[in-house]
Ligand binder design. Sequence first.
Ligand code: GLN
Length: 215
Amino acid sequence: MTITSQPTSQTVGVLALQGDFREHCEMLRALGHNAVEIRKREQLADLDALIIPGGESTTIARLIIGNGFLEPLREFCASGRPVWGTCAGAILLARYVDQLDRPGIETMNIRVQRNAFGRQVNSFEADLDIAGLEGPPFHAIFIRAPRIEAVLPPARAIARLDDGTIVAAREENLLATSFHPEITGDPRLHQYFLGIGKGAGEARSAARTGGSAHG
Ligand code: GLN
């Protein structure tokens, strides 16, 4: 596999309270970006984009609240800068979730079901056609993955399993995937995500001056 650097290097935070944040950082660095493990809310100010990794959504939700991250993360999502939730991260971005024992960030117009693929199929792999991604199907690994049960406008499905189950969705600056693109070595989804950030600089200055990044 060849990884080609994107022309402009971005500063990308990966929420590092729990889960597989290191793998995301490695992929971002391989693409020539500045990856920052985020453990304090003050670190959010300097980022062009943010990834909320896979892990255990109940644990991450508890740590988000315990570390005073809930409102800062909601504000970050509203600032127009790109935010991507993978697996547990997708659960935390969803406005509607079954079986999460405390609030998540609740920002994206999707309904998500945790551990949706049953005990006997805790992990599986699938080749996906993802809207907006060029080249061959994307090989996706699902680990105790959530299912995106519904996407409500302006969110839209961008990838489905063969049976129609939605496993990736996009809403303006927000991206949610049920699977783990950081562990397969294919950089295309990270590149796609950072492409959302074109104009992120404008969104940041709008956020800082109190303006809205959503037209
Ligand atoms: N099953 C986990 C949860 O519900 C998510 C698993 C993952 O992120 N790989 O939070």
